[in-house]
Design a binder for this molecule. Structure first.
Ligand code: CO
Length: 157
């Protein structure tokens, strides 16, 4: 089911997001499926639960191998090197800005079954994860971006 997106400004995007504790709750898998569907329908490359109105620590990252759900994710290591690149956000349509992010990160998260896994990410993959983890901390890219601009001819991702 495609869920309605929550648009900035909205308190839901700034609220605390609860850690997932019960991995047997069927609502978790339903939320993940709906978030994947919503991300694809809006041509996004990542989506976080508060963007569909649920304040929990869940996000989906689009990868070459398909959608990657991250539950209770955290960054455990960051590269010294940072890079600027343009970002947009499904919750802030047609707005773009340049954001400085760590080029590489190490991420620890849980799968939808609750298994803990860790992996390294670089470049755009690392950038999308950092953007989505910001959402899980109530932070939006416009809080950090430079050269914020509006372009109604482009869709946001
Ligand atoms: Co976003």
């Amino acid at each position: 089911m495609i869920l309605p997106l929550v648009y900035h400004p909205n308190d839901i995007l700034r609220a605390d997001n609860k850690r997932v504790e019960d991995f047997t709750d069927p609502k978790l898998k339903e939320l993940i499926l709906n978030m994947v569907e919503t991300m694809h329908a809006s041509n996004g490359i990542g989506i976080a639960a508060p963007q569909v109105g649920t304040n929990v620590q869940v996000c989906i990252i689009s990868t070459e191998d398909g959608p990657l759900p991250l539950i209770n994710p955290e960054i455990t290591k960051q590269s010294f090197r940072k890079e600027w690149a343009e970002e947009g956000c499904l919750s802030i349509p047609h707005v773009f800005g340049d954001v400085k992010r760590n080029k590489g990160i190490k991420v620890k998260a849980q799968s939808p079954n609750g298994d803990v896994f860790e992996f390294n990410a670089e470049d755009l993959f690392a950038r999308v994860i950092q953007h989505e983890l910001d959402h899980l901390n109530g932070v939006l890219f416009i809080d950090k971006a430079k050269n914020i601009r509006e372009d109604t001819s482009r869709t946001s991702d």
